[in-house]
Design a protein around this ligand. Sequence first.
Ligand SMILES: [Mg+2]
Length: 240
Amino acid sequence: MVKKAILFDLDNTLYEYEPAHKKALRKVYRVLNKAINISSKKFMRLYNLSRLEIHQELSGTASSHNRTLYFQRLVEKTHNTVESKLILKLSDAYWNTFLKNMKLKKGVLSTLKELKRTGFKIVIISDLTTKIQLKKLLVLKINDYIDFLATSEEAGSEKPHSIMFLLALNKIKCLPNESVMVGDNKKADISGANALGIDTILISKQKGNFKKELEDYSKPNYLIKEIPELLKIIKDLQKK
Ligand SMILES: [Mg+2]
């Protein structure tokens, strides 16, 4: 089947999430410490607890990743009330630092350029709120190579729910077997796409030993270490 579209996960697939997140969280700690003098150990404990609570309460929705909700909950624990100025300050500190520290993974830009040049439609399919993902596309300077963005905020459910993939496919008017999904998360990206019959590529530094795994939807069709490797896979798929 001729492939017409590539669906990409964004976070930790096209750029490294952890370094930006860690720097952003450190900045949040410094801002909070200035306000109320709190140890970093206590900060991390309260942050993790707040994040866990919001995750549980809003599981499966884009809001479960909303940092403003995490910091609101954290400040409720430290102040036992709403401190609007402080909550917004922490949220802004987080995202400003995060966006400043994002870096595309090796070969991402040239791969996107090559895919565009050869006529592929490119969709970002991501479990977060639209506004922040739009900012990421701009800061990473990849907006010009992306045809559409589909977020869980827009779809109402997160990956691996089929609605995420169907929303993306509808935007580009492609069938599942005309597209390829590329992501770093076996459950969200790979099993969600496999369930619809979309070919899947997992990006992972770990060695894949899929023989041990069950032949279920979380098994990717292909495993790559770096994004440019997908060009050859897609070329081979065109011949099938
Ligand atoms: Mg990801």
